[in-house]
Design a protein around this ligand. Structure first.
Ligand code: OGA
Ligand code: NI
Length: 331
């Protein structure tokens, strides 16, 4: 990582360009790591228990972690490694790669939100349907497409399992959520060590505009979730995936499950590498509270909008106001 860090910011202090306003920055207050966000064992033979655990976690936190998910360790590690290789390539080379293949690379200074740049390198590209999306993936490192492709096949499988468990828990018909999960985006981030984590952020507070998001957060903490107005840190569980409920499942559940705001803080010593996969509906899919959930006693709390419309006009609707770029709409 040395190479990467020195190319990024070889600085003793956080530059002005990356200093967030007082209201957005983490400050010096210690945030507790939360050991109460549920860790759910997908190998549990009692399916109804898994369903109940997922629903409870999604109501209380909007977040849970899954273990025994069946994604082989070497597939995960392979993807982490090839992404690390990509992020250590010279910036010019990455930018050239991105421009010629049509994927998005956001380096350390290219992405500003609320007047400050995020303390991260980041890339983004579609990853489902796989064969078609792959045409636009990085060609360098040369093994990128094979290795990330294998990871995405596994994440697709896992996403359908989790969506089915959620569908069951909400009393939706079989395949309800899986059927609309037609688009997936991969976002890989690299958060370099930071001389003063109190001033800046790896990722500003946001909601994910997905059905669900499946995150591999490696072995360094940094993700924080807003719960009852307080930030809590998500603990690292080796080889687990962090799953969160996106705004689209909150809408379909008519608010029964919640999409929680979250952010990423940096740390002084270590680089942190994460791979998030957004499991999204297609841009034209109409998302609305499911018919089987709403009735006279439980009227729809959300409008009926295509995913694309939602992402464009999400501001006026209830809690989804503090939104950044994670719409991941396939334009
Ligand atoms: C995201 C996200 C968390 C992380 O990309 O939307 O919340 O730890 N990522 O990188
Ligand atoms: Ni997010």
């Amino acid at each position: 990582m040395e190479n990467h860090v020195s190319r990024w910011f070889n600085v003793q202090t956080v530059p002005e360009s990356h200093t967030f306003s007082i209201e957005d920055r983490p400050g010096k207050k210690q945030i507790p790591l939360c050991r109460t966000i549920p860790i759910i064992d997908l190998a549990n033979s009692e399916r109804t228990e898994i369903v109940q655990e997922i629903i409870k976690a999604s109501q209380e936190y909007g977040f849970f972690q899954v273990t025994n998910h069946g994604v082989p360790e070497d597939v995960i590690n392979g993807a982490v490694k090839v992404l690390e290789e990509l992020f250590t390539m010279p910036v010019d080379e990455i930018s050239k790669e991105a421009n010629s293949n049509g994927w998005v690379y956001m380096g350390s200074t290219s992405f500003a939100t609320k007047g400050a740049h995020l303390w991260r390198d980041n890339l983004k590209h579609p990853c489902h349907p796989l064969e078609q999306s792959m045409q636009n993936w990085p060609q360098k490192p040369t093994r990128y497409r094979d290795i990330v492709g294998a990871y995405i096949v596994e994440i697709r499988r896992l996403s359908l399992i989790i969506l089915e468990l959620i569908s069951q828990g909400l009393g939706l018909e079989k395949g309800y959520l899986g059927g609309i999960s037609q688009v997936q985006f991969l976002t890989a981030s690299n958060y370099p060590p930071c001389p003063d984590p109190s001033l800046t952020l790896g990722l500003l507070k946001h909601f994910d505009h997905s059905l669900i998001t499946i995150l591999f957060q490696g072995n360094v903490e940094g993700l924080q979730v807003l719960k009852d107005g307080k930030w809590i840190g998500v603990e690292v569980v080796p080889n687990a995936f962090v799953v969160n409920i996106g705004t689209q499942v909150e809408i379909i559940s008519n608010g029964k499950l919640r999409s929680a705001q979250h952010r990423v803080v940096t740390n002084k010593e270590k680089s942190r590498a994460t791979i998030a996969t957004f499991i999204n509906p297609c841009p034209d899919c109409i998302i609305e509270p499911a018919k089987v959930i709403v009735n006279e006693a439980n009227p729809p709390l959300y409008p009926s909008l295509s995913f694309k419309e939602f992402v464009n006009v999400s501001k006026p609707f209830g809690p989804f106001t503090d939104v950044i770029q994670n719409g991941c709409i396939d334009e």
